[in-house]
Design a protein around this ligand. Structure first.
Ligand SMILES: Nc1ncnc2c1ncn2[C@@H]1O[C@H](COP(=O)(O)OP(=O)(O)OP(=O)(O)O)[C@@H](O)[C@H]1O
Ligand SMILES: [Mg+2]
Length: 282
């Protein structure tokens, strides 16, 4: 694995809370996350999942151990707020939207620290809200939106600064199964389309099953790791390597796939276009 493939690396992370009776919330966590990976973190209440996300997101300092994000040692970063703002996005269980701000204004918040005009800021925020399917809800306040829509706004806010890493703490915890699926679909879509790395804490096995890897925590440690092989993605990878997949990617003519024409009158058909898009993202 080359250096650049790794986005997060921790070495023997320990986090102790309290002065009197000490609580070892993290008790030696060493972890490597590859760029573009979609990782879930599970484990019982109190096992240290949120603490791990806080430490990775530089929202809490470890008692000992090291965190590298994009090859930068968080303990040595001069301007942590700026680094965080440029590199990471956060989504929490309770979406934490500002109640007096519209959907659009909430999504603009992470951009206030960046040098750009108000017009550009609004444009960027509008684009991501459209991406999450809320282009028609820009002027709505959080209390005029459903729980699922608020969480979509929160996901849009986490993505607006185009972070390479999104840390999400039970983003679907308050949602019913249908809304939960929509939020997870959305995150997968962003993962495929933008290559954003996701680390998602969840109690929901249905959410975890859809990720590349499940880390299971217990008493401040990673006690198990499950690699999920997504058969659909696996099939697409095989197709991509095949002569047919290569031909589609290279835009060669006269191809027919199971009776579906990929070219018609010298132009790629809609089927060819869709297939190429799918193959380009595996
Ligand atoms: N600010 C704090 N001060 C003292 N102890 C804390 C603090 N935050 C968390 N803890 C303790 O650290 C341990 C790990 O907590 P953490 O919130 O990381 O667990 P979790 O796995 O996210 O749990 P849950 O699934 O309930 O959200 C717990 O024992 C908790 O009580
Ligand atoms: Mg927690």
């Amino acid at each position: 694995m080359s250096e650049n493939d790794v986005i997060v690396e921790t070495r023997d992370l320990v986090k102790i809370y309290g002065d009197g009776e000490e609580i070892r919330a993290l008790d030696g966590v060493s972890l490597t996350v590859r760029r573009g990976e979609f990782v879930s973190i599970m484990g019982p209440s109190g096992s240290g999942k949120s603490t791990l996300l806080y430490v990775l997101g530089a929202l809490a300092r470890p008692t000992s151990g090291q965190v590298l994000v994009n090859d930068q040692d968080l303990a040595k970063v001069k301007n942590l707020d700026r680094f965080r703002n440029e590199t990471m996005g956060f989504v929490f269980q309770l979406h934490n939207l500002i109640p007096t701000m519209t959907a659009l204004e909430n999504v603009e918040v992470p951009l206030h620290e960046q040098k750009m005009s108000g017009k550009e800021r609004r444009g960027r925020a509008r684009d991501v809200l459209e991406l999450v399917g809320l282009g028609d809800r820009l002027p709505h306040l959080p209390n005029q939106l459903s729980g699922g829509q608020c969480q979509r706004v929160a996901v849009a806010r986490s993505l607006v600064n185009q972070p390479s890493l999104v840390l999400a703490d039970e983003p679907t915890g308050e949602l019913d199964s249908e809304n939960s699926k929509e939020i997870v679909d959305l995150m997968h879509d962003m993962n495929h389309r933008l290559g954003t790395t996701f680390l998602v804490v969840t109690h929901d096995p249905a959410v975890a099953r859809r990720t590349d890897r499940i880390l299971i925590m217990g008493d401040g440690r990673i006690v198990r790791e499950d690699i999920i092989k997504d058969p659909y993605t696996e099939d697409l990878r095989i197709l991509k390597e095949s002569p047919l997949g290569q031909a589609v990617l290279e835009g060669r003519e006269d191809l027919v796939l199971d009776g579906v024409a990929l070219f018609h009158e010298g132009q790629p058909t809609e089927a060819a276009r869709l297939l190429r898009e799918l193959l380009q993202h595996v």
